[in-house]
Design a protein around this ligand. Structure first.
Ligand code: SF4
Ligand code: SF4
Length: 404
């Protein structure tokens, strides 16, 4: 691979020392040589335009939530957009990014305050103060992309509540942020969000509003025509698109011996997914949650490469498996549950545990829910409303066993 994307050995030693000092040693389990070998196997990642701003980002972006060795390998492969960069602190932020700060787009995720993503509010001053503090605490000095995490509850809120945008404008004047973006979850049928609407309805309104530059949203194999139409609209309007929650059960598939017995040889679920996301969709970029260096190589080596026959078969098999087994987080069932069971949140946390290997985080989030899966009476009212025909009460019971 080209040396231009690599950091020097000394820089890496400094970064590693920082990671160890910060207690991150176990996460950075690989040696420098193993990281360099991993980066060589993946090679330089292709870049794509992000919306209409002229910025180019790698077709698969990186995340500060990754293990340190995977981040280091990603930097060497040219990853230049870092999701959740605010998760780093002065001890863990990669030295290679600090030393070549302008070559990286670092994103800060900002949540509602005074509650969670359903009950919290937008607060200009709180968002402003938070980003100012994080820019200092991470050592990054500024963030390239300020992301409204979880996004708006409804189209009406997009139009009437400008607090987040005002906070961004103040920070931009001070040189602390540069680009405005949001991630968008669905709130239709959510009993805690009266008038909540779907991610697609809200994303479409945000594009029309014309203030935000790009968005992150759930996207994986098996999306419907409405999502593809949104991607086409976004491209026409110069609005950037980055897919998240892309694996849709790939983690549990790999652990399912029966499923893997018939899996096409010559590819893997994560590798096929990377090829598919970066060559067969209208996305600008995507992030794939990976756990370690080995998974980074397996997955990111597929970025921008054409689908082979084995990958085509793999994606078909994965789509069928996911449609049978994995909630697509569409919220369509939620309005029909009189008990107000937060079905999509519960099945999202189940994903974290089963597919991302993040059992601890999943259980923490689950413990914070007002209602858990054991509130389900198995009445079956929601069943006809699931486009996948999932056995929702059974899924909830399974999730409760893992998370409860
Ligand atoms: S089966 Fe459970 S989740 Fe579905 S509507 Fe009944 S109580 Fe709600
Ligand atoms: S259970 Fe079905 S309807 Fe409910 S969020 Fe998941 S996929 Fe959508």
């Amino acid at each position: 691979m080209s040396r231009q994307h690599r950091m020097g050995r000394r820089e890496f030693m400094i970064a590693s020392a920082g990671a160890v000092a910060a207690g991150l040693g176990p996460a950075c389990a690989a040696s420098i040589q193993e990281i360099e070998q991993a980066a060589d196997k993946v090679g330089p990642l292709p870049r794509r335009k992000l919306g209409g701003t002229g910025r180019e980002v790698t077709a698969l972006v990186g995340s500060a939530t990754w293990a340190t060795d995977a981040v280091e390998a990603g930097i060497r492969c040219g990853i230049n957009f870092w999701h959740k960069a605010d998760e780093w602190d002065r001890g863990s932020v990669p030295q290679a990014i600090l030393k070549n700060r302008d070559a990286h787009y670092c994103q800060v995720c900002v949540d509602r305050v005074g509650g969670n993503h359903e009950t919290g509010v937008l607060d200009e001053e709180a968002h402003y103060q938070l980003v100012k503090r994080l820019a200092r605490d991470t050592g990054l000095r500024y963030f390239d992309d300020m992301q409204f995490h979880f996004g708006y509850h409804s189209v009406a809120e997009v139009k009437s509540n400008r607090a987040f945008i005002r906070a961004f404008e103040r920070l931009k004047k001070e040189g602390l942020v540069r680009h405005l973006c949001h991630s968008q979850h669905s709130y239709n049928g959510n009993s805690k969000v009266p008038g909540g609407q779907s991610a697609l309805e809200i994303l479409t309104a945000v594009v029309a509003d014309g203030v935000y530059e790009h968005a992150q949203f759930f996207y994986s194999y098996g999306e419907g025509e409405a999502m593809n139409q949104f991607l086409a609209l976004a491209r026409r309007k110069g609005f950037g698109t980055i897919a998240m929650k892309t694996t849709r059960g790939a983690g549990r598939m790999q652990q399912d011996r029966e499923f893997m017995k018939d899996f096409p040889p010559g590819t893997t679920p994560y590798h096929a997914l990377a090829r598919w996301l970066t060559t067969r969709t209208q996305l600008d970029a995507a992030v794939i949650e990976i756990n370690n260096l080995r998974q980074f190589v397996d997955t990111y080596s597929g970025a921008g490469k054409a689908m082979r026959a084995a990958d085509e078969r793999a994606i078909e098999q994965m789509r069928a498996y996911a449609n049978r087994e994995v909630c697509r987080l569409c919220n369509e069932c939620m309005a029909h549950c009189k008990e107000g069971v937060p079905i999509a949140d519960i099945l999202r946390y189940e994903r974290y545990a089963r597919d991302y290997g993040e059992g601890y985080r999943a259980r923490q989030l689950y413990a914070q829910l007002d209602k858990q899966a054991d509130a389900c009476l198995a009445c079956g009212t929601c069943l006809p409303h699931c486009p996948q025909g999932l056995a929702i009460p059974d899924k909830l019971a399974g999730a409760h066993q893992i998370l409860g």
